[in-house]
Write a protein that binds this ligand. Structure first.
Ligand SMILES: *[C@@H]1O[C@H](CO)[C@@H](O)[C@H](O)[C@H]1NC(C)=O
Ligand SMILES: *[C@@H]1O[C@H](CO)[C@@H](O)[C@H](O)[C@H]1NC(C)=O
Ligand SMILES: *[C@@H]1O[C@H](CO)[C@@H](O)[C@H](O)[C@H]1NC(C)=O
Length: 366
């Protein structure tokens, strides 16, 4: 069956079958043991692989994406090197389909997609809209930003792709004593249930301390805390989110994706560089399929929580492939001249691959 002919409802059924078997595809990094999921999926984990040079990349020219955020447009911000644009993700045991904007537009005709999370969601959302716009530059588009919500639409295709800024997924409420982050409360923002594909992410803001810490207090089971172990707080919040999904999402209407954890590159020792090295002036990806430091503990937390869910959630497991891209960050070529940005990603760049893998997961055959 040509996937281009699938209508969304049969695509949904198909996704349920294929995505559920792809849900937790990764065993330990390094010493690989083929999991049951991988066996069923034909031994191919699309998140395990390496970066290969490809002259045909990037997938689009950032200069022809008029709505791109200044902070992500590294070339415009003066980044002198261009090699980082020329790498394609190659899974070890299979090939991923080339991203087809036409097919994507056809599949999601009349549908609504929403990225929910922090600025890494914004990074992926912008990448997706640039990828599609560059393939149909003559198609009308609208971009409406209001408060925490930005919605990009292709009216001729009835497709909307939104980004909702929501750094913690659980509720952040202003109370008399200050801003309280309620780890066991999730009212959401807007009507998530009516969306056709939700792509969630949270992680980075849980780690911030000092002036970048967003809350004054954490609250859990009616107890208020000044602080607690950040990973523990993150886990409680993820569990809250997972319970919300399990009791509110109808999988035949709404696909749920978890974006996975996007790593930062501020400590060169992690990838065998001298002390003091960051993402600045890194011009090539790491070779091979392992990141010397290994993965982040929070990745295991995410996988554990997703494992215990009753509704299918597809993990876009982007951590390893992004860890290998020490060269992919804006560093000083951002709109924020106060520092080096080693957490977001240049566009064109790494988030385009996240979207290619999202697309691959949507069309992948069992
Ligand atoms: C791989 O799986 C087999 C069978 O379940 C087990 O005996 C073996 O110890 C595993 N190896 C690793 C490296 O996890
Ligand atoms: C928290 O307090 C409210 C109001 O005092 C109460 O109704 C609720 O049961 C409490 N929740 C927990 C988890 O203790
Ligand atoms: C940098 O990474 C190395 C290797 O993982 C680690 O030992 C060290 O503590 C890290 N330094 C900082 C400041 O986090």
């Amino acid at each position: 069956m040509g996937f281009g002919l699938l209508c969304f409802s049969s695509l949904s059924t198909f996704l349920l079958l294929s995505l559920s078997s792809w849900l937790h595809p990764v065993s330990g990094e390094g010493h690989h043991n083929v999991t049951e999921n991988e066996k069923r999926a034909g031994s191919c984990n699309i998140f395990k692989g390496s970066w290969v040079f490809d002259e045909s990349y990037p997938l689009y020219n950032s200069a022809s994406c008029p709505f791109i955020d200044k902070g992500f447009d590294c070339q415009k911000n003066g980044r002198p090197d261009k090699m980082y644009l020329k790498y394609r993700w190659k899974p070890s045991h299979c090939d991923i389909p080339r991203f087809s904007s036409q097919d994507f537009l056809k599949k999601f005709r009349g549908k609504r997609i929403l990225f929910v999370g922090d600025s890494l969601s914004r990074n992926q959302w912008q990448s997706l809209t640039c990828m599609i716009h560059s393939a149909v530059p003559e198609a009308t588009y609208n971009l409406v930003r209001s408060g925490s919500l930005s919605v990009f639409t292709f009216p001729e295709y009835g497709l909307s792709i939104g980004y909702q800024r929501n750094r913690f997924l659980v509720d952040l409420k202003r109370q008399k004593k200050g801003l309280v982050l309620k780890l066991d409360s999730i009212k959401g923002q807007g009507d998530w249930k009516s969306i056709d594909m939700l792509i969630f992410n949270t992680y980075h803001w849980w780690n911030h301390k000092g002036k970048f810490q967003m809350w004054d207090y954490l609250q859990f089971r009616n107890k208020t805390f000044r602080d607690m172990d950040r990973l523990k707080a993150f886990k409680i919040a993820l569990k809250t989110w997972s319970r919300w999904v399990d009791s509110n999402i109808n999988p035949s209407k709404t696909k749920v994706i978890f974006q996975g954890i996007s790593p930062i590159h501020v400590n060169g020792s992690e990838w065998n560089q001298p002390k003091g090295i960051t993402c600045f002036r890194q011009s090539k990806p790491m070779e091979g399929s392992t990141y010397p430091r290994g993965t982040l503990t929070a990745v295991k937390t995410v996988k554990n929580v997703l494992h215990q869910m009753s509704k299918p959630v597809y993990l876009l497991d982007i951590t390893l492939l992004s860890h290998l891209r020490v060269d992919g960050h804006p560093s000083i070529y951002t709109d924020n001249h106060l520092g080096k940005d080693c957490s977001h990603w240049c566009l064109a760049g790494v988030p385009d691959t996240w979207n290619q893998l999202l697309y691959a997961a949507l069309v992948q055959k069992r």
